[in-house]
Design a protein around this ligand. Sequence first.
Ligand code: HEC
Length: 154
Amino acid sequence: MKKLSLLLIIAAVVIVSASSFTKSKAVKTMKSGEVSFVVPQDDPAAVKYPNGAKIYKEKCVACHQVTGLGVPGAFPPLKDSDYLFADKKRAVQQVLNGSNHEITVNGQKYSVPMPPQVDNYQDAVDVINYVLNAWGNKGGTITVDEVKDIKIVR
Ligand code: HEC
């Protein structure tokens, strides 16, 4: 009887991990350029930075959410984020190389690591310009020239 329940547990684990494997494979095939993206005309930041908005939808939305408010305690907000507005170049660096230390955003501490998101300066600048101006943000802009000396490590 004990053996049978152990077998059942192993079978359940195999099924669960197999289904999450197919899921992660499905996500990986959604390369940039393959995902259909219609620029939402009611989002001025998306109209101005369509590539940034597309990347946001593909890569950032799962954690930072459609609202840009993140998930309290886990994923920090990008809407009205004092941390983002304080240093635009640091934000570009974070999407290129990830971020893995305790940070304080609007008085709240976050320590979950963020993996690298994009692999080139243009995409990184586009998505940061998008978040700097989405959701009513007035965070200004940054150019590729300003970030070219960031070393991309991955
Ligand atoms: C897997 C979840 C996840 C994804 C996907 C993700 N982030 Fe993050 N992000 C985080 C976490 C967690 C932190 C806090 C990192 C730390 O503590 O070092 C963070 C921090 C940040 C910060 C600095 C903190 C702030 O709130 O201002 C910016 C800017 C940022 N992310 C932008 C982005 C952008 C743009 C994308 C998409 C290209 C993205 N993130 C994708 C989880 C994620």
